[in-house]
Design a binder for this molecule. Structure first.
Ligand code: ATP
Ligand code: ZN
Ligand code: ZN
Length: 857
């Protein structure tokens, strides 16, 4: 048998399988999805077995055997291997890149180089034996390596520091051999566990055999007779105050077992989760649950879009759907945006399903994440809740995938593989005949559109988009729907909050008016009064500041000079805690200057309304106010996020002030006021989704108020109170927003009417960049012309400078392709780009392709 292996060398030439012989010893347990080490040129590299075949494409004599198998249980399933192939086609990435994205970081290969004695060493030693004077450490090095059998290269270089050149020449001459192997970055944590015999009474006989002086050992045995459960050696030693040697002595006699045993690093160890029971559904919950249940029962693939206002009880629907799925003996994945994956969220799932739940998110240590993942692989859990990459949980009988806050941009990965978790979820669900529930109070336009297509077809009240002044004249709504995906979603709606609690009234405050009235503070008078009132009543306030696009840049008041990153065309951001200015794109940092580097004036200040500044102003306006600030600066430390939220819940603060982090999913009973400091910051970004993002954020953040007995109220400060995103968000009117936004999208030729591909080209020098960009785009245009006969089904825009024209010392150009109908287009574009592979390699040009981009930077 031959194993077909994808090797860990991400390059175009290696983006295919290579054949290897399966050694006899591996036959039977090597499987599709196994991670292996294989000889590749002079090295051993990691790879994944993606298929097996009877015979190879090349002559058997040329084949090499697999060198090592990395895991007892293959980390990937055949389904995931197939999914990787789909990802590589869909997102135009190397298959190995997709495979690597599916396994935890701890399993990423760590290559270790060893040195052993080579065949030439003996001759050399013999030659030296003939009294030849040796002026170097050659003999010592050989002896050292011989004594160790094999030595990590670093260790050898450390031991014989200064002999690097000599060691190199010994490798060249064959005296030493360099060998490469693969190790995991991290391994399972093992501890020594004491195993008393199955029948502990046999230990009584042992006690009598002990010499009279062995008091300690006697104590241990007697303890084990009374407590016959396996116990960690360290725990036992601590409890009885004996040395580990005492216990080991008993194991040496063969009376008790002492074995290395794997343990799981459990981030939630020792935490009690209060068990919760299913709540009786509200009418709306019952209505949306019914079709989900039906699909589960029938083991039928179907995608549901659950559009439920904030506080309508979507989570309870998820929980009961999961219960149903588990009762059928199947497994469930719940995706939640990283920042909403709060302890509160985890608690709701652990509370219902206890130890059946594994949690995966980036705040776990590498080891913890690996162990949570192993629980899934070893089938010790059946529910996983996690951020984007949890979609790759190696379950084998998936019944249900839930994506909460499905509109969130964080579901799209910005690095290769540039996948969207929602699409990957649907792809997996099709293979498992599983149900998918996409939940949101503000569904993405793409999803909502896909759900309404189904309405149109079934004759229900469908929305009709007018042709308007579209540049694609003659494209009517029906025609535009040609972007249609093969399967439409089923729309489920919940319009009411649980227990008839009202959605909070939203007051728009026109900040231009405030300025006219002489108020130059960042707090309008109505918001000021509302905060004052809450402080008096001892209720809590959430203040939201959208940081994106509102950077705290540093500017000189004398000459207008702004501090920019020396490597990127973007202004540096001021960080108070470390007194530094930093670049958010490349990580560059420098101490905050006291004088202007351009004119030496001392009037250099940071600008913009950062959270730190809001905090300061709150302190000035309301002396004694207790503020918890939650932003990237205050949540870097592990567990800090959780700590801050717990403090707020325990009423140790009056105000929770923060960025996006406070907008999502939080549920605090005493919050009766939500204030949005500036609603329009996102609106000014050069992004066609600016309106959608604004609507989503305002709706989410408003949804934090009045979720329990106390009624809530929301104040939104804005400079553009007439903008449709802000108006419709204040009226909690998703449909009205949708209608307006769809009109804009159709007019602009944007999703959901057209799909996008963003090509970014970068180089250190502008002339080379322009040349390559223009010839690449010219090539693409030609190709498209040939393929589409010049219809308006595809358009190529650009090349133009990217919104951020330089990052990490590389200049950037972009080209946008808008298309509809033809799903073959991405591969066509990939082919066009491939023609530039040689140019790219020779001149160090980079071409990045993003299918369905979420960010246009
Ligand atoms: N059937 C029910 N009976 C009583 N209370 C319920 C019921 N369903 C949900 N709740 C409660 O209503 C509150 C809001 O529910 P939940 O958090 O699930 O809403 P949601 O739609 O997920 O909200 P959001 O999108 O704002 O996060 C919670 O405190 C929840 O415990
Ligand atoms: Zn930078
Ligand atoms: Zn200056």
């Amino acid at each position: 048998m031959i194993a077909n292996v994808i090797v860990d060398v991400p390059a175009k030439q290696t983006n295919r399988t290579f054949d290897y012989i399966i050694p006899d010893a591996m036959r039977g347990w090597l499987a599709i999805g196994s991670r292996v080490g294989v000889p590749f040129g002079p090295r051993v590299v990691q790879g994944f077995v993606v298929s097996m075949s009877e015979r190879a494409d090349v002559a058997a004599s040329k084949l090499k055997p697999i060198a090592q198998v990395m895991d007892l249980v293959p980390p990937l399933t055949p389904e995931l291997v197939e999914l990787a192939r789909w990802m590589s086609r869909t997102y135009l990435c190397h298959e190995i890149t997709a495979l690597q994205a599916m396994i935890p970081g701890a399993l990423k290969a760590k290559y270790e180089r060893y040195v052993t004695l080579g065949g030439a060493a003996d001759e050399e030693a013999a030659a030296q034996g003939f009294g030849q004077l040796s002026f170097d450490n050659r003999a010592d090095i050989a002896a050292f390596v011989r004594s160790k059998e094999h030595v990590p290269l670093e260790q050898l270089l450390e031991r014989f520091a200064g002999d690097g050149a000599l060691i190199q020449s010994m490798i060249k001459s064959g005296e030493l051999l360099e060998v490469q192997t693969i190790k995991n970055r991290l391994s399972a944590k093992k501890v020594l566990v004491v195993y008393p015999p199955e029948d502990p009474s046999v230990l009584e006989a042992c006690v009598s055999k002990l010499p009279a002086g062995a008091k300690r050992q006697k104590e241990v045995l007697e303890h084990l007779i009374r407590n016959p459960a396996p116990v960690r050696l360290t725990e036992l030693a601590l409890e009885l105050n004996v040395g580990a040697g005492t216990v080991k002595g008993l194991a040496d006699k063969g009376w008790i077992g002492l074995r290395e045993t794997e343990v799981f690093r459990d981030p939630y160890a020792g935490r009690e989760f209060k068990r919760t029971q299913p709540l009786p559904f509200t009418e709306e919950q019952a209505a949306v649950f019914e079709p989900i249940q039906a699909a589960l029962t029938a083991v039928r693939h179907e995608v549901f879009l659950l559009h439920g206002v904030t506080g309508s009880g979507k989570t309870e629907v998820y929980l009961q759907a999961i219960r149903q799925c588990l009762d059928q003996g199947r497994e469930a994945i719940v995706l939640v945006p990283e920042i909403s994956l709060t302890p509160q969220m985890v608690e709701r799932f652990k509370g219902r399903f206890g130890s059946e739940v594994a949690v995966l998110h980036s705040r776990l240590s590498n080891g913890e994440r690996y162990d949570e993942w192993r629980k899934i692989a070893l089938k010790q859990v059946r529910v996983v809740i996690g951020a984007r990459s949890a979609i790759f949980a190696p379950f084998t009988s998936l019944g249900l995938i839930i994506i909460d806050e499905e509109h969130e941009t964080s579901y799209k990965q910005e690095d290769s593989p540039k996948y969207h978790a929602r699409e990957v979820a649907i792809e997996r669900a099709i293979r498992h005949r599983a149900a998918v529930v996409l939940g949101s109070a503000t569904p993405s336009l793409e999803s909502y559109y896909r759900a309404s297509e189904r309405d149109d077809r079934s004759g229900a009240a469908g929305r009709q988009a007018g042709p308007g002044g579209s540049p694609f004249a003659g494209v009517n709504a029906g025609r535009a729907a040609a972007v249609a995906h093969p399967s439409a979603y089923r729309l489920l709606t919940m319009k009411e909050r649980v227990q008839g609690r009202p959605l909070p009234p939203v007051h728009l405050v026109d900040m231009r008016e405030e300025l006219k009235q002489g108020n130059r503070s960042m707090f309008s008078r109505p918001l000021y009064k509302a905060i004052e009132e809450r402080l008096e009543k001892k209720q809590q306030v959430v203040l939201f500041l959208n940081r994106r696009g509102y950077s705290t840049f540093v500017m000189c008041r004398e000459c207008g000079h702004t501090l920019g990153c020396p490597h990127c065309d973007i202004s540096l951001t001021y960080h108070q805690s470390s007194q530094t200015v930093r670049c958010h794109y490349c990580g560059y940092a420098e101490p905050q200057a006291r004088t202007c580097p351009s004119c030496s004036s001392e009037h250099i200040r940071f600008f913009g309304t950062g959270t730190q500044k809001v905090e300061e102003e709150l302190g000035k306006l309301f002396p004694g106010i207790r503020v918890i600030r939650m932003d990237v600066d205050t949540t870097t430390e592990k567990g800090s996020h959780e700590k801050l939220l717990t403090m707020f819940r325990n009423r140790e603060a009056d105000v929770l002030l923060g960025t996006q982090m406070v907008a999502k999913g939080l549920d605090f009973p005493d919050v009766t006021l939500v204030g949005v400091i500036a609603a329009d910051t996102v609106l000014n970004l050069p992004d066609f989704r600016a309106g959608e993002r604004t609507f989503q954020l305002l709706t989410q953040v408003a949804g934090r108020a009045g979720r329990h007995e106390l009624p809530g109220e929301v104040f939104v400060q804005t400079y553009t109170p007439e903008h449709y995103s802000i108006v419709t968000a204040s009226g909690h009117d998703y449909e009205a927003f949708l209608e307006e936004e769809l009109r804009m999208r159709e007019a602009g030729g944007y999703p959901p009417y057209y799909r996008l591909i963003l090509i970014t080209i970068s180089h250190e020098q502008i002339p080379m960049l322009v040349r390559t960009a223009e010839s690449l785009v010219g090539h693409i245009k030609e190709l498209l012309l040939r393929e589409t006969d010049g219809s308006d089904d595809a358009m190529v825009l650009g090349p133009v400078a990217s919104p951020i024209p330089r990052i990490k010392d590389r200049y950037r150009f972009q080209c946008m392709i808008k298309y509809r109908g033809d799903s073959q287009l991405p591969s066509l574009i990939a082919k066009a780009a491939e023609a530039f592979d040689d140019v790219c390699r020779q001149h160090n040009v980079q071409i990045g392709i993003d299918v369905d981009p979420q960010l246009l930077m």
